[in-house]
Structures are given as structure tokens and as C-alpha cells.
Design a protein around this ligand. Structure first.
Ligand SMILES: Nc1ncnc2c1ncn2[C@@H]1O[C@H](COP(=O)(O)OP(=O)(O)O)[C@@H](O)[C@H]1O
Ligand SMILES: CC(=O)N[C@@H](CCC(=O)OP(=O)(O)O)C(=O)O
Length: 299
């Protein structure tokens, strides 16, 4: 009896995924995997398996990864000091070499190899490969609070996305390959630029006209002032939450990327908890979902 019920429950869970698989078949889903989620071995494996399953059931996953903590660790070993201004790492030429080594090398190849070990065919790219991402230098204006003067802070080789050539991704999307992208772009001068991974994921989702952008982070989603999860938000709600200070710190650039992607034609953005095993699968293929769903307007 017990065994039979368990079998039914398993079948229910499997069949719950069917309408979602039918709806998203052939659609592009951009998934940003943050550096914090990569610290846990079990989480890395569950993420890789989710991506392999997505591809096998006919979706087109594109992975964009971060690696902030991993860059920090190598810089520390090399005794190179680092600092952030408004969520961006100040990146001089020496730091850029380390960023490229960690993001384009160690972290990228680790994710590629994990996906491959779970039966996928991942191909690692930085924005320099296939001329995927062109970057332009960001100039950061920092406004001092005690004076009205503005101080320009030179962030060095920190870029924003100036253009994307998706032809390499189009080719991979029509094959068994799963692209895994490190957030490094090439400047007009051919130099490498360090780009925040959320920015890259948002722009890629926009250019690829992705069905969804999924941002894995280290909170359960966007929280209200009482610390309760906000399960559904629209563009207007997000503006209000930033305005009244509910959304602050690292969540501001993240939600800005999300709103840009929605305005650019992405159907939905999901900010979900990367600390939960199989968070991507639960968000995509179950009725309740996890985290915060952001839409242009109420459904
Ligand atoms: N309203 C909010 N809801 C959830 N997190 C928030 C909110 N406002 C600020 N945050 C902060 O934003 C952080 C997520 O941004 P960040 O650390 O940059 O993420 P990641 O490293 O995944 O890119 C959360 O850990 C939290 O400290
Ligand atoms: C300009 C800038 O700050 N770039 C980031 C790139 C990595 C990143 O975005 O990693 P997470 O997603 O893990 O935070 C950095 O150097 O840390």
C-alpha cells in the first residue's frame, strides 16, 4: 500500500512537469550561476544536472557564470589588494589578468566539466570567443554626501556590454552543445574587460529574446521590509521598492538588469535561491516555483 502511494506520488511529480516542458520546448533560458553558489559541492552538481535535464527535454539553456569569491581567493593568495565601488571590482591591469585566469579558466572549465560529467556537452566561452561580447569602459560617478561635487572613480578595466554577436550561441543552440559563458568582454582596443555577470546575463537574455532569465543568488528571493518573500513583482513594484529602500545593495544592480531584460522583451525574470538544491528545476517545472517572479505587468 505504502509502496503504491509512493509510486503515485512520484508519477504526480513527473507529470506536473509535462505542461511546462511543452510550453518551454525550443525556448531559450538564460541562467546566471553566481560565485557564491559554486562554493558548495552538492549545489554545483545539482545545478549541472538541472542544466543537462533542461537540454535533454528540448529547452535551450545558456549558462552565464560569476566567480567573485573565487577571484577574491586568488587575489588574496597573490597578495593583490582588491576593492569594490558600488558592487563593481576596481580592476587594474594586474587584477584583470587574475580575473581572466579565474573566470575564463578555472571557473569556466569547472562548470563545463561538471555539466559534461553529468552527461551534457558543454562548451566554455568568454565574451572574446566568436566576438560574442564587446565591452566599453564604465566610468563610475561617486557622489559625496557632504558636498554636491561629484568625484569620478576610475574602475580600470571594468566594462559594460556595448554589443553582442549571438551567432556562436545560435549555432550551439541548434546542436547538443550547452554554452557556458564567462563575463569577460573585448574592448575596441582588443583588451579584456571585467563585466558584472548579472549585466552579461541580462543583456544576453535581451538580445537572444529569451523566454526567461533566471538569476541564482544567495537569498530566498526579493524580501519586503519585514523579511517576507515577495513571490511576484512587476516593473512598477520594483521601482517603488528601490525608491523606498526595501531593495538595496547588490540587489539594486540585479533588479536593474532584470527590469532592463523585461523591457527588452524577456517574458519573465526569476530571482531564486541558489542555496537550494535543484532550484532551477523547481522553478521551471513545478507549479509553486521558488523565489521571486518578475513580470512587466500583472498576468
Ligand atoms: N529586498 C531585498 N531582498 C533580498 N536581498 C536584498 C534586498 N535588499 C538587499 N539585498 C541584498 O542583496 C544581496 C544579493 O545581491 P549580491 O550579494 O550582489 O548577489 P550575488 O552575489 O548573487 O550576485 C542579498 O544577499 C541581500 O544582502
Ligand atoms: C566588475 C565586477 O565586479 N565583476 C565581477 C565579475 C564576477 C561576478 O560578477 O561574480 P558573481 O556573480 O559571483 O558576483 C568581479 O570581478 O567579481
Amino acid at each position: 500500500m505504502m509502496q503504491q502511494r509512493t509510486a503515485h506520488q512520484i508519477a504526480d511529480v513527473l507529470i506536473e512537469a509535462l505542461p511546462y516542458i511543452q510550453r518551454f520546448k525550443g525556448k531559450t533560458i538564460v541562467v546566471k550561476f553566481g560565485g557564491n553558489a559554486m562554493i558548495d559541492e552538492a549545489l554545483k552538481h545539482s545545478f549541472a544536472r538541472d542544466i543537462v535535464l533542461m537540454k535533454l527535454v528540448g529547452l535551450n539553456p545558456i549558462v552565464v557564470h560569476g566567480g567573485g569569491p573565487q577571484i577574491g581567493q586568488l587575489l588574496e593568495k597573490l597578495n593583490i589588494k582588491t576593492r569594490f565601488v558600488d558592487g563593481m571590482r576596481v580592476t587594474d591591469s594586474e587584477t584583470m589578468d587574475v580575473v581572466e585566469m579565474v573566470l575564463g579558466g578555472l571557473v569556466n572549465k569547472e562548470i563545463v566539466s561538471l555539466i559534461n560529467r553529468h552527461g551534457g556537452k558543454a562548451i566554455g566561452l568568454t565574451g572574446k570567443d566568436g566576438d560574442l561580447i564587446r565591452a566599453k569602459k564604465i566610468t563610475q560617478k561617486k557622489y559625496a554626501t557632504d558636498t554636491l561635487d561629484s568625484e569620478i572613480i576610475d574602475l580600470g578595466y571594468v566594462g559594460e556590454v556595448s554589443s553582442i554577436d549571438p551567432s556562436a550561441l545560435d549555432m550551439l543552440g541548434h546542436s547538443d552543445f550547452i554554452p557556458v559563458i564567462a563575463p569577460i568582454g573585448a574592448g575596441e582596443d582588443g583588451r579584456s574587460y571585467n563585466i558584472n555577470a548579472d549585466l552579461v546575463a541580462g543583456k544576453l537574455a535581451e538580445v537572444l529574446k529569451a523566454e526567461k532569465l533566471i538569476l541564482l543568488t544567495n537569498t530566498v528571493g526579493i524580501l519586503d521590509k519585514q523579511g517576507e518573500l515577495l513571490t511576484g513583482l512587476t516593473l512598477k513594484d520594483i521601482d517603488d521598492l528601490i525608491e523606498d529602500g526595501t531593495i538595496s545593495g547588490g540587489m539594486i544592480p540585479k533588479t536593474r538588469c532584470a527590469t532592463d531584460a523585461l523591457k527588452g522583451g524577456v517574458n519573465s525574470v526569476h530571482i531564486i535561491d541558489g542555496r537550494v538544491e535543484h532550484a532551477v528545476l523547481l522553478e521551471l517545472f513545478t507549479d509553486q516555483g521558488v523565489g521571486t517572479l518578475l513580470l512587466s505587468r500583472p498576468r
